[in-house]
Design a protein around this ligand. Structure first.
Ligand SMILES: Cc1ncc(COP(=O)(O)O)c(C=O)c1O
Length: 452
């Protein structure tokens, strides 16, 4: 009988990250300066990021070594297990085999430390003393607080106000690892003050919190900014997830038919799928399915256009699927999936037809999470539950068509700090929200005027 969990030893851990830029079907459109709207050079990014990460951002090299210092921290929880969801399969009466890569076993409880640790390391190596960042659900902020803690850096987190209020335990966790946490929009930055002047009751958004964190970094010589998703170097670091998954499937002689992940900015999904891209490009039948909320339907309803990465127009302009940088999503409970854009690398491959996307309202997502928790045990993060919903629906299709497919999804994080959202679901207080097409059209009127 097949084992329920597939492990790799520490010696079998990947020693290099995979850079999909080496294998893209066409080059990535260049990022543009938010002020001049001209292509950005490395020097333009230097006040925000350390050179080691800027080099990774533009590198075309297929494999990039994982530094020993980063590997030794990864070993606190990696390699993570690949698990067969047998009890879920039985509950669904599906002939499909369902596997999930369990990234919830990290100290912060998600995939986010894979890049937080790497980013803290490269900053430390270049003498940076302090990192500023934003966080939505608190997962990224706690991952960076952990990363800064292991490399002795200060950490300043701007936390989206609605999450700050909903998730006090995430804030406490960040503070335990030594970070200082401020609800955003705040009066501590010019960007925050500007937003508060327009709307003193703003619930905040990732776009606004990013503006505050970038503003903080450019104002201080000792500080750089750190982003938990979207950027090429973040996706590069997250490929450790897909590389391990590939090795684990190989170990048990299993070929995946479909890979599924939730998409906020795209980092867990891309890090999970991209290592399988070279084979897919050569014609291997393997589907990549990204899952987003109907309340923030970036891939399924957005446009592939140049847009600002943040609300206050301070971050670079990149070509991506976007709902418009002025988009403020409703306060749904998957806070980490509320970003108006997506990673340019993911958007390019989606536009080229290599990636599929589906969107779900929150109630069916929480139903899927409940079924998972009651069969497999672990309580998923609401973000992760989007991937579970799609995996369950694929398995149901297999039951209807009597197909024995292999479905693998990325279990990006646990939901131990999201119990208030589950409480609302159980008391039937969660509302489904479909972002209206007129609002998407309105937000898209404010895109920067870029000639392509
Ligand atoms: C558990 C979890 N999964 C997924 C995401 C979405 O981010 P990304 O699309 O970058 O993986 C988040 C973001 O906060 C998260 O906390």
């Amino acid at each position: 009988m097949e084992d329920t969990r597939v492990y790799l030893s520490e010696r079998e851990m990947p020693r290099q990250w995979y850079n999909v830029q080496a294998d893209l079907p066409k080059p990535l459109p260049p990022p543009l300066h938010p002020g001049t709207i001209k292509p950005l050079g490395p020097q333009d990014l230097a006040p925000i990021f350390p050179m080691g990460l800027i080099e990774q951002e533009v590198s075309q090299q297929r494999w990039i070594d994982i530094p020993d210092e980063v590997l030794s921290i990864y070993k606190l929880w990696r390699p993570t297990p690949l698990c067969r969801a047998k009890r879920l399969e039985e509950a669904l009466k599906t002939p499909a085999r369902i596997y999930y890569k369990n990234e919830s076993v990290s100290p912060a409880g998600s995939h986010k430390p894979n890049t937080a640790v790497a980013q803290a390391y490269y900053n430390k190596r270049e003498g940076v003393k302090r990192l500023s960042t934003e966080t939505g659900a608190g997962q990224w902020g706690s991952a960076l607080a952990f990363g800064c803690n292991v490399f002795g850096l200060e950490c300043k987190v701007y936390m989206v106000k609605v999450s700050y209020q909903q998730k006090p335990y995430r804030r406490m966790m960040m503070e335990m690892w030594g970070a200082s946490v401020t609800p955003s929009p705040s009066d501590q930055t010019e960007a925050g003050r500007m937003i508060l002047a327009q709307d003193p009751n703003s619930p905040g958004s990732l776009g606004i919190a990013i503006s505050e964190a970038v503003n903080d970094a450019v104002k201080r010589e000792d500080t750089r900014y750190s982003l938990g998703s979207v950027l090429n170097h973040v996706i590069l670091h997250q490929t450790v997830v897909g590389l391990e998954t590939k090795a684990q499937l190989k170990k048990i002689g299993v070929e995946p038919d479909v890979l599924i992940g939730c998409v906020g900015g795209g980092s867990n999904f891309a890090g999970f799928c991209f290592p399988f891209f070279p084979e897919k490009k050569q014609g291997k039948q393997i589907r990549f399915v990204g899952v987003e909320p109907t309340a923030c339907p970036t891939l399924t309803k957005g446009l592939y256009r140049y847009d600002f990465g943040d609300t206050a127009q301070m971050a670079p302009i990149v070509k991506m699927y976007t709902l418009g940088h002025t988009f403020v999503p409703p306060g749904i409970h998957a806070g980490g999936l509320r970003y108006h854009g997506d990673a340019p690398l993911l958007c390019l491959l989606y536009d080229e037809g290599f990636v599929e996307a589906v969107a779900y309202p929150q109630n069916p997502v929480f139903e899927a999470a409940m079924l998972f928790a009651r069969t497999e045990g672990t309580i998923p993060a609401p973000e992760t539950a989007h991937a579970i919903r799609a995996a369950i629906d694929e398995a149901i299709k297999c039951r209807e068509k009597k197909e024995e497919k292999v479905i693998v999804f990325n279990f990006s994080g646990h939901g131990h700090f999201d119990l208030a959202a589950y409480d609302m679901f159980l008391s039937k207080k969660l509302e489904d929200y479909e972002y209206p097409d007129e609002k998407v059209r309105e937000a898209l009127k404010h895109l920067p005027d870029v000639k392509e």
